[in-house]
Structure formats: C-alpha cells, structure tokens
Design a protein around this ligand. Sequence first.
Ligand code: BG6
Length: 470
Amino acid sequence: MEQQSKQPITYRFPAGFWWGSATSATQMEGAANEGGKGKNIWDHWYEKEPHRFFNGVGPSTTSDFYHRYKEDIALMKEIGHNSFRFSISWSRLIPKGIGEVNPEAVRFYNAVIDELLASGIEPFVNLYHFDMPLALQNIGGWENREVVDAYARYASICFELFGDRVKKWFTHNEPIVPVEGGYLYDFHYPNIVDFRRAVQVAYHTVIAHAKAVAAFRKAAIQGGQIGIILNLTPSYPRSQHPADVKAAHIADLLFNRSFLDPAVKGEYPQDLIELLDEHGFLPVTEAGDRELIKENTIDLLGINYYQPRRVKAKEHLPNPDAPFLPERFFDYYAMPGRKMNPYRGWEIYEKGIYDILINIKENYGNIECFISENGMGVEGEDRFRNENGMIDDDYRIAFIREHLKWVHRAVEEGVNVKGYHLWTFMDNWSWTNAYKNRYGLVAVDLDNGLKRTIKKSGYWFKTVAENNGF
Ligand code: BG6
C-alpha cells in the first residue's frame, strides 16, 4: 500500500480539503433498545413487518457503533479521516420527541464528539436522517405543524449541548427521501401513497429546516456553519426535444429544487409554485412562512450524489383514476449502454457530480459546498476477500477515483467545493436493504461478531487523504 503514496500526484486538492465519510444514527449505532432511546419509525416498522427488510434484518444492532465508537474512531483516524459526519438520533436524545432529554444520550454523543476531536477528526453533525420518533409519527409526523416546532426545539437543544465543540451542523439529510419513501413510493414508514400529503410533508420539512437555521443563528455558535444535505440527482432529458427537456425540468423542480431553492435562495421556484397550483396541490401555509424561509438560508451545502435521473416525455396518457404521482409528468428513460452498478440497480455516471457542482456555481451563488455522500453498494463482497482476509474492492477504488477526477475539475473551474465524504465509513444497515449492499471502507463481518477489517479501498483512501490527492 505504501508505494502508492510515493506516486506523483496528478489531482491535488486545495489545502485543508475535507476527507472523510458519512453515516447515520439508525444505520450504525445499534443499541436501539438501550440507553433510554425511544422508538423511531424504523424500530416500529420492523416490529410490524419484518419481512419487508432484506433477510429479515432490523435496526436493533446494526454496526454497534454505540458500544464500539472508540475502536471505530481509531480506525477512522487510521484511514486518514480529518472529518466525519454522523447524525444524532432524535428519539435517543429526546425519547418522545418532545419533553425530557435523555442524559445517557447526552453522555454518548459527548463521548463521540470528544473522541473525534481528540483524534483530529472534525465532527459534522446532522440532526435528521429519516428517523422520526415514533411518538411524533403517531401524531402525524411531518404532516403536523406541532412536529415542526418539536424539531426546532430539538435542534436548539443540540446546539446548546454540543455547539461548543461541533461547528458544522446540518438540518436534514436528503429530505426528499422521506417524502418519496413515506408518502409516494412505499419504501419508508408510514407507507402512504398520496401526492397531496407528500407535498405537505415536503413543505413542513422546509419550514422545520428554516426554524432550525433560525435557532442556530440565535445560538450564535462561534465559528459555526449550518447547512442541509441534499441528494441533487441531476435530471437529464433523453433528447433536446422540447417535450423531453420539459420532462427533465419538471423532475428537477420536484425532486431537487423543491429543497435546494428555499434552502439556498430563500424562495421556491416560481415554476414549481405554478405547477402545483395548476394541479391543485399547493400546500397549506401559515402567515410568516415566506419571511421565515427568506431570512434563514444556509451557509454550507452538502451534496449527495449516487446516480443521474434520466427522463423522457410521457409516452402514454396517464390513467386519470390512478394515484397522482410525479410520473404524471415524465417517464424514466433507461439510456442504452449506460454503465450500471447491478447490485443497487443504479447507473454510474461520474460526470454527474461535476454537472451538479457547476450548477451550484452558476445558479446558486457558488455557495460553499462539499460532496457529503458518494459511494457504491456491492452485494456479496466476501468473494473478494484475499488470503489475508482483506476485501480487494478495486471497483470501489475506481468508482471513487473517477468521481474525484470530476470534483477536481470543478475545483479547477472555481467551484467552492471543500471536501469529499464517502458513503460510508464501515458497512452499515441500509434501511429495507439491511446489509444486502456493502458500502464501507471498512468491512463489518456479520458472521464473526461484527469484526471490522479495513478494505483495500480504506488503505487507498488513506493515501489520498494524506497526499491530499492522487
Ligand atoms: C443515501 C442515504 O440515500 O444513500 C443513506 O443518505 C443511504 O442513508 C445511502 O444508506 C445508500 O443508499 P441505500 O438505499 O443503498 O442504503
């Protein structure tokens, strides 16, 4: 491995570039029923319908970071991390979502933050990663404005408890995903298919975000920055035919700009408002919302990128009696010859990461940003274990390297991109896919007491981080 670091550096990144990885509470902490944690929607859904999770594996143990965080942080240090994003579990910190703060959770998150800092790794903390406390889902989750206020209170408590040491904060990870999963496409609890309710959930998430930003400004954390993490899946039209271009524009409005514009520009795109209005789906709003969004834009944008979204104009008239879904406006387009990750079923299109960054530079004031997730989930990685027990994941190294080349080009072209975080540090639990696809730089052996082993990509990533390039 060492000889790689002696190779000449072709792609050098700016000094201080953030190298690290990202994860979320539900996906790695485990201890779901320990330490005073309340239930969240994942604990509940798994209890109700375990068969909907790959191999029937639920969120109770996951990677057991709750107990092994010291060992794990030591490994992060070993593979060159200078930063690491995790999320706080709302239902661990405040078991009912509102009400009492759980002192055991405060101790745990303090210990994690202190251990990271002592290891020279900057903690990036996200407040919400798909994990609504069950008590709040039971009163409607994001559909209920009381939950929005409960979230703003939770955010303030986090700033107060941890803001002396945590300087990079994020309100939500991929807020469109709970809308899609929970209210459109049935892959998250509460498994509702209803466009109107989906729009309301998305809108309230934006209000919750803006209230958290307002709370952050009030907390006046010295040297602190607040942002949001968005999966800015770029929409590519099949062709330049106006109908295809329009289809891609609508997909972009619904899935990307519904969060990007309010978060960065402080207002919704006029085209989106008109589209929703035309079809009678404008959300219920309150006086003062517009100003709240306008006044509380972000400092720092996290960009998650996995795959492009290719669309074309609709080829058949939609069934007017079927539920109204975004696919009223476009069909998905499987581009012939596209490169695929067959395990996850996602196209690999490296240039997409550059297209997003250029869009942010040209249309979003070149706001400070970073790649907050990018990665490749692969099934059956054990077959790549070599005689020393290490997983030779050359495909992952190639995946990262080819994306980083485009990030580098964006840097050269003046994009204000400050770092690259891989999804993820160690193999973790991927929602209904459970442990099907592995994403980590570090393998977690489920059949061997969750033993951690650095993969070849972990050692490669270390040389990249240490050389600040490759
Ligand atoms: C992102 C999420 O969408 O992608 C993660 O922020 C998720 O929570 C990751 O695990 C990989 O996707 P998946 O569905 O394969 O787990």
